[in-house]
Ligand binder design. Structure first.
Ligand SMILES: [Zn+2]
Length: 168
């Protein structure tokens, strides 16, 4: 058996903690893990909140803490959400994007710049013949779209790049 470092063990755990709103999409794949610090048996994890409108942060924090504390050598894990660093949809991993598609959620466009026209490919058939149905999706993070090619409604994650205002 290959020896894995404590840090790798923590990252392995973080890949199993899902966003409660997006089962099978881990907080790691959403790019929320900013920093992991290990001090003996104590672990501190800095996370970056995704969208300000997502209400599940406390829940995610507790889930991450519990998951990391299942590691035998960890006596305590602290999870902090840091506002110092801005999350952007560019930090979502390739796996995260694939998992989002399985939920019928189009991943946000890459290298989006504010003001760019935002074209979204259908997560089912990859057509770009889509239309925005409702900019207010079930959460502030997502929009409802409709694919004119395969006639499925789907959701899209709104692109988030370094916001102009940081005081929310
Ligand atoms: Zn489609």
């Amino acid at each position: 058996m290959e020896e894995i470092t404590n840090l790798e063990a923590i990252y392995a755990v973080l890949r199993t903690v899902d966003d409660p709103e997006l089962p099978s999409v881990s907080v790691y794949d959403l790019g929320m893990v900013h920093e992991v610090a290990i001090d003996g048996n104590q672990v501190e994890i800095k996370m970056v909140p995704t969208f300000a409108g997502c209400p599940a942060l406390d829940f995610i924090g507790v889930n991450v803490q519990k998951a990391v504390e299942t590691l035998e050598w960890v006596t305590s894990c602290q999870v902090k959400f840091t506002m110092e660093h801005q999350w952007s949809t560019d930090t979502i991993t390739e796996k995260g994007k694939q998992e989002l598609k399985k939920h019928g959620i189009a991943p946000p466009p890459e290298n989006y710049q504010p003001g760019d026209e935002w074209t979204v490919n259908c997560p089912y058939c990859d057509s770009d013949y889509t239309s925005m149905e409702n900019v207010f999706g079930p959460t502030a993070c997502r929009s409802i779209l409709y694919c004119r090619a395969c006639r499925n409604p789907f959701e899209a994650m709104k692109p988030v790049v370094k916001p102009l205002h940081t005081n929310y």
